[in-house]
Design a protein around this ligand. Structure first.
Ligand SMILES: C[S@@+](CC[C@H](N)C(=O)[O-])C[C@H]1O[C@@H](n2cnc3c(N)ncnc32)[C@H](O)[C@@H]1O
Length: 207
């Protein structure tokens, strides 16, 4: 079962001209996307092959751009923030200049959140989940998820970044009848939410 994470940042830069040191301040919080990528793929050795990550970058100067990391095809996924930022910088640079890049499994498109979701839903049977603090408790929907999964090719989780999704984004998710699910009583970092979701799926039916 393919696991898909979508993190949308309204501010993360779409320019390749940023310093790799101090990225949090200089990039409109692209660091949140970098950390989310690490959490989506990190394993003690190697990286998760059953996962695809979409980072929707909506900061200036050329929004939207979506960075896609496909664990089924990637040959390298750096596990430190600066190196992930370096790859994203190279992708944006290649996109901006119309050149090709050499990162297999990594790609970049002029896609917004709607286009990302439509593209996924038109290519596979996907169960769409909107992760939100005030959603239905995950423990309560686990059984539902377990049952539903037989009918789907993938499970797609949509999250905010350092700020929540805006009402227009939420409308898109409502249009697609996304399940609104909470993982706990507090507001956690996107990267931590992703780690916890992996744990839940890793232990589904075993707890
Ligand atoms: C750091 S939070 C966003 C800002 C945060 N809501 C605030 O008020 O400061 C990042 C995202 O992770 C997801 N998230 C955080 N805590 C969650 C929880 N308890 N349950 C489900 N999703 C959560 C949401 O999608 C949220 O937009």
């Amino acid at each position: 079962m393919l696991r898909i994470f979508i993190v949308k940042s309204p501010t993360a830069t779409t320019s390749p001209n940023f310093p790799l040191k101090g990225i949090a301040g200089a990039t409109g919080r692209l660091d949140v996307i970098c950390r989310s990528i690490i959490s989506a793929f990190k394993l003690k050795s190697g990286f998760r092959r059953n996962t695809v990550f979409y980072g929707v970058l909506c900061g200036p100067p050329q929004p939207p751009l979506t960075v896609v990391v496909d664990g089924r095809k990637a040959t390298t996924i750096p596990l430190n923030e600066i190196e992930v930022a370096r790859v994203i910088r190279d992708l944006i640079r290649a996109y901006s200049s119309g050149e090709t890049h050499s990162y297999s499994g990594w790609s970049i498109y002029r896609w917004d959140l709607r286009k990302v979701i439509n593209s996924i839903l038109s290519s596979m049977r996907a169960l769409l989940i909107y992760l939100k603090e005030d959603g239905e408790n995950v423990e309560k929907v686990l059984n539902k998820i377990n049952t539903y999964m037989r009918d789907y090719d993938s499970i797609v989780f949509v999250l905010g970044s350092h700020v929540d999704l805006d009402p227009d984004d939420e409308k898109i998710l409502e249009e697609h009848n996304a399940l609104r699910v909470s993982i706990g009583p507090y507001s956690y970092l996107s990267s931590h939410v992703i780690t916890y979701v992996h744990y839940i799926l890793d232990t589904l039916g075993k707890r």
